[in-house]
Design a protein around this ligand. Sequence first.
Ligand code: B12
Ligand code: SF4
Ligand code: SF4
Length: 408
Amino acid sequence: MAGGRAGLAHLRGSRLLTATTHLESTELKTALAREAAALGFDCIGVTDANVLGKAGQHFREFLDAGGHGDMDWLAANPERRMDPRVLWPGVRSIVMLGVNYGPDDNPLALLAKRTRGAISAYAQGDDYHDIIKKRLKTLARWLHATSGAEVKVFVDTAAVMEKPLAQAAGLGWQGKHTNLVSREFGSWLFLGAIFTAADLPRDTADIDHCGTCNACQEICPTAAFPAPYKLDARRCISYLTIENKGQIPREFRKAIGNRIYGCDDCLAVCPWNKFAQVGRETKLSARAELREPSLAELARLDDASFRALFAKSPVKRIGRDRFIRNVLIAIGNSGDAGLAEEARRLLGDTSPLVRGAAVWALGQLLTAEAFKNVAAQAVDRETDATVRAEWKMSDPHPEERAGARLEG
Ligand code: B12
Ligand code: SF4
Ligand code: SF4
């Protein structure tokens, strides 16, 4: 099956078999594709466990350059990621699966609505980890019951290089934005993997179709690509707003605009999206309240209302404080002085992460005089050194500060 493309439709109607001769394994694969389609997977392909040679080297270079930032889990046991046979010596075939989550609108349009928060398309519905893992387990159970072979499932969180494996399985190619692009679904595919001891026929790897296009490299607001096909995660808004636990480095705050969870720019600009279709899983599609939420309303979330709003959503993973930090950066970028009141109220928040981001937002929205007046009341009460540092650095006109209080 050439990628997931030719796959499912052509292979419908095959019989289930339990033995492992060549012909039978072909039919097993046919039946597997049919089961996958019935479970809601949009593409499927099979590859060998030994295909990661070059991708493994690239991964090592990425780690050596520190491109993973604080994602220590990504750097842990690199040999497992670089070679699936280290992760599981019993693996003989890797089944790669994709689920289309094509949005029904253009994610770039929301970036102009500065008083609204932009949550990336993948996170506006239910958490794909939960949905895909459940489907993978069902499919893997079926494969085990049908073939007798051992199986293991992985989506995102395990030490598996899903993108190069998906390319090797023919699902698409790793584009210059480093994500897997499909000729059928554009940039909008979630990936998952089933490792199995069954010997299934391999698909042909897809080849690069980026050509001379450079759109994703040019649009990136934080210049996160040191070169085509290479990402410095430390500069990527997805990393900065989701993975990064501390204050967002000052150099990126303005470029973040109103992106409060992840970023879709390099995905959305890809010309291959013209073939994309809207995802068919309603649980993954955007919830009305997360399409363009008001920054003012989000800024008022406490722990309980945050958990309620983001129940089953991937956003809940970062917790209320990190989320409000992001909302405050967007408020600072809103250009709407009316939102300064939200930031001012959050100067009294229990979280230093929130207070520090509130200081920055006020520095963006208030006049130098107004900022000085707020600072005069707030700085003395501030006990956290990182927040005091924010006061010092966010002052729009440091030379006009009201004396030594801001120096500490
Ligand atoms: C860590 C991680 C991140 C990190 C780092 C991203 C990255 N590009 O590595 C951060 C937090 C930034 C992130 C962001 C996003 N992520 Co993410 N992430 C992962 C995760 C867990 C591991 C990826 C990884 O191994 N990174 C390490 C680097 C080294 O791997 P790499 O990108 O494959 O690197 C290759 C290239 O750099 C290339 N290369 C390097 N040098 C050279 C030189 C040449 C000449 C060539 C040709 C190639 C080349 O080879 C390397 C090896 O293949 C995967 C799930 C998984 N287990 O695979 C999801 C995953 C990649 N993420 C996913 C998604 C959806 C996103 C976001 C779109 C979410 C969002 N909207 O905010 C963004 C996209 C940002 C971007 N442009 O990549 C999906 C992507 C699906 C797809 N179609 O590809 C995945 C597969 C999760 C899933 N199960 O669906 N993510
Ligand atoms: S997700 Fe956004 S910040 Fe990250 S590389 Fe793509 S365009 Fe740049
Ligand atoms: S935007 Fe262009 S360069 Fe980037 S992944 Fe898509 S086709 Fe490739």
